[in-house]
Design a binder for this molecule. Structure first.
Ligand code: SAM
Length: 331
């Protein structure tokens, strides 16, 4: 039986945050001094596999591993190997991940061997100094080596860049030319008010409608119906021959076509990235060796998937719309 929510949307896409830890501290994502979950609270890789398998049996066709940084979870490739059996059986259409790229040179070839075809790499700037500034701990050279290794292994890459006012807005044309020149799509993302950070989000927030208008003074953008199963809307760029995606949770949320739910590394299911409501799947997972309790808990959760989110960023609203950081549920 497919999972269908109260608004008639079929849920076919699961994002799994395998760890809340990360080797970067991007200023718009995390506070510098983050408290992470105690390791004992994490689901084991076997438990994550069991949960993912139940979702696949219930109609999930696309599974994305995220975090935190998914490639810093100990033995993560064991989980990827396990999950790849669902690609082999045809039950799962796509297994993919979102990564900051720092560990890709170690794992790219093995990911490709497991049947991963495409990955998203987050990269907000090509300037090594600014990269260090925005990620606090990151090293651009390592990410570039990771991208090289991934392309060499045959993985298709989509770059994701969060558009940040007065930080990378002027650099987007260069980032786009670079990405398209290397055969990668580039998707721009609006910053979302998730979790307390040191910076003021009002200062960082750049509506993509404004950025797009400015890009259109230099480039010819034509909207295209291309879809990858996520929330991005794409345009073809005549001058580069590449695709530019827009993820606009703030200015246009596209919740009406949402097909996703998100599982955290503690077994909490969020039915919407932008809402606090969640369902605990760890208790039913651990209460029985059979999957009946889990199945019922998932059905109950899907039955209360909300219509959409309502993020607000303005000077009157100092608190984030959602208290958890993006690293809890991942992108
Ligand atoms: N570590 C991996 C990575 O860097 O891609 C996966 C997790 S990271 C939380 C996923 C994506 O969320 C990244 O592209 C990151 O830039 C983005 N992100 C983090 N915080 C965000 C926020 N508050 N608003 C919008 N995007 C955010």
């Amino acid at each position: 039986m497919d999972m269908i929510d109260p608004f008639g949307r079929t849920i076919s896409y699961l994002r799994v945050s395998v760890t809340d830890r990360c080797d970067f501290r991007c200023t718009y994502c995390m506070a510098e001094d983050m408290t992470f979950l105690p390791k004992k609270d994490l689901l084991s890789l076997e438990e994550l596999d069991r949960l993912c398998t139940v979702f696949i049996e219930k109609g999930v066709k696309k599974l994305r591993l995220t975090g935190g940084e998914p490639l810093v979870r100990k033995n993560i490739m064991h989980l990827v190997h396990q999950l790849s059996r669902h690609l082999d059986s045809g039950a799962l259409e796509e297994l993919t991940l979102t990564t900051n790229g720092s560990q890709l040179s170690r794992f790219a070839a093995e990911l490709a061997d497991c049947g991963v075809k495409r990955i998203n790499v987050s990269l907000d700037t090509l300037d090594a100094e600014k990269f260090h500034q925005i990620t606090r701990w990151g090293n651009l050279r390592k990410v570039m080596e990771g991208i090289d290794a991934a392309q060499k292994a045959g993985l298709k890459i989509k770059l994701n860049a969060v558009a940040l006012r007065d930080f990378n807005d002027a650099e987007i044309p260069e980032l786009m030319r670079w990405a398209h020149g290397r055969g990668m799509d580039l998707t721009l993302i609006e910053t979302m008010p998730m979790g307390e950070i040191e910076a003021d989000r009002t200062d960082q927030y750049l509506p993509l409608s404004i950025l797009r208008a400015s890009l259109e003074r230099q480039f010819t953008l034509a909207d295209i119906p291309y879809k990858t199963g996520g929330p991005a809307r794409y345009a073809h760029v005549a001058e580069t021959g590449g695709r530019l995606g827009f993820i606009t949770p703030m200015t246009h949320n596209f919740c009406e076509s949402c097909n996703r739910v998100r599982l955290t590394c503690t077994g909490t299911l969020y039915m919407c990235l932008g809402q606090e409501d969640a369902a605990d799947l760890r208790a039913p997972l651990r209460a029985s060796e059979g999957n009946e309790l889990l199945d019922a808990a998932i059905d109950e959760a899907i039955g209360r998937k909300p219509k959409g989110h309502d993020f607000i960023i303005d000077r009157r609203t100092s608190r984030p719309s959602v208290s958890r950081h993006m690293s809890v549920t991942g992108g």
